[in-house]
Design a protein around this ligand. Structure first.
Ligand SMILES: Nc1ncnc2c1ncn2[C@@H]1O[C@H](COP(=O)(O)OP(=O)(O)OP(=O)(O)O)[C@@H](O)[C@H]1O
Ligand SMILES: [Mg+2]
Length: 142
């Protein structure tokens, strides 16, 4: 997979294929920000990547701020949807999560606290098109 990467997703299977390809480039310590409206498939995409690492217990962390999963890799899964102040993220020690070189971090609704992201991260944008199709764009920021 080369970046920027942009493709139309016609079905959930297309999303899972893209998640599988993306999982191959991920290294421990990477941070992945996901933006896109409600129900566009951010959690679905994280599930697809996690499955490649033999992690099957991915859920939406909307009410918990962060979930941690372990399989072949360690994943921290954030959702910023309900975060009101950046202090809430500092309070749970977000910098320690970001600095864990043995984990991969996913952040749904990253756009709501974009200023907390480190310098280097992947940005995934998912847009809903007509007929339940989606467009996904993955860029690398460094
Ligand atoms: N091509 C597709 N890719 C991903 N999900 C799809 C696709 N087509 C249909 N869906 C459905 O859309 C839903 C996406 O829900 P999901 O919880 O992943 O969205 P989300 O972006 O995480 O929403 P939220 O902002 O509430 O966290 C899933 O139930 C999935 O089955
Ligand atoms: Mg979600």
């Amino acid at each position: 997979m080369l970046f920027p990467y942009k493709i139309i997703l016609n079905s959930e299977i297309d999303t899972l294929k893209t998640a599988e390809e993306f999982s191959k480039v991920l290294k421990n310590g990477d941070i992945v920000a996901l933006n896109g409206n409600l129900g566009t498939g951010k959690t679905f995409f994280v599930k697809g990547v996690a499955k490649q690492f033999n992690i099957t217990n991915v859920n939406s962390p909307t009410f918990a701020i962060v979930y941690e999963y372990k399989g072949d890799r360690k994943i921290y899964h954030f959702d910023f949807y309900r975060i009101k102040k950046i202090e809430e993220l500092y309070d749970i020690g977000i910098e320690e999560y970001f600095n864990d070189d043995e984990a991969i971090v996913f952040i749904e609704w990253a756009e709501l606290m974009i200023e907390i992201l480190p310098k280097k991260y992947y940005l995934i944008k998912i847009n809903l098109l007509e007929n339940n199709k989606r467009e996904i764009e993955i860029t690398k920021h460094e």
